[in-house]
Ligand binder design. Sequence first.
Ligand code: UFG
Length: 344
Amino acid sequence: MERKKVIVTGGTGFIGSHTVVSLLEQGFEVVIVDNLINSSLDVLDGIEKIAGSRPDFFELDMQDSTRTAEFFATQTDAVAVIHFAALKAVGESMKKPLMYYRNNLFSMVNLLESMTRHGIFNLIFSSSCTVYGDPDVVPIRESNEVKPALSPYGNTKKVCEDMIQNLGRSEEGFHAISLRYFNPIGAHDSVEIGELPIGVPNNLLPYITQTAAGLREELLVFGGDYDTPDGTAVRDYIHVMDVADAHVKALNRLLSGTQKKRLEVFNLGTGKGSSVLEVIQSFEKMSGCKVPFRIVGRREGDVPEVYAATDLANQELGWQAKRSLDDMTASSWRWECRVRQLEV
Ligand code: UFG
């Protein structure tokens, strides 16, 4: 049987690369598009080692409308696009808002124009729980209000969802699923691929693993006075392989035409919140390493408590996160050890 071709933008990035592996394992043909500003070509070797085949790769910055249009003109046999390519650092987006709007929004416009021009009518969009802002109630449901974004990054996710929604109304046949990720962490079991932050990490897990590996002196825990059981902020951490599996389920839903709306939105979380201190404890248990940390003031823009209601994704996508927090922290550590060539 002929393999169905899927274009994965940002496919050498953290979540993109794990999704590419899952797609290849499920028999899809994959073409990756990436500008490599936040990832490297070595990721393709890791993907090939795990999946046994190498995806096609095109280096392309999708802000370039001419080159994006030229690329899509060669891909008219693709059945869908999974769009990960975006800038994603909340703090950086506060300092360089226009860079975020230009990159994330121009790319989206160029992508949607090319898709519709060439009749590629199925899209999966990489969204974020950031669109819910500081929620009034947890767990957060997809039907919850989308609040004004706390950062330009968050706003680009909201505006991209709006663009897709508008296009779904105007373009007969266009279908999309937006997946709102909570906090993806961990690495592939093989540790051939994982998260590779450039410079000082912004996110909790890479900061923890780099501190344990001796690259950072201590972890600063931002805020110990939240109204949460231990005073530190609560998030819904989810294993990146569970996130990857959800993309395959979403793709199959699009391709089988079982969608209920032109744009469907699903939360991707475990449904369980963990505090910063619980994550540190899990990491220390699974790695056997101590993480020196100090509780300091809150980080601007952080919300106290965020975790997902997962019933919609469970019922409609037939998907459920399977891996525990201990699985996540253990695999993040094994990946860090591999990158730093440390004994596990
Ligand atoms: N934290 C620390 N110390 C650190 C890093 C993080 O205490 O060095 C804390 C944060 O204050 C927060 C928790 O760990 O309470 C998780 O922080 P992350 O930076 O790992 O993740 P966020 O929840 O802030 O951000 C994530 C994604 C964003 C997305 C956002 C939506 O990284 O892309 O969720 O809420 F926009």
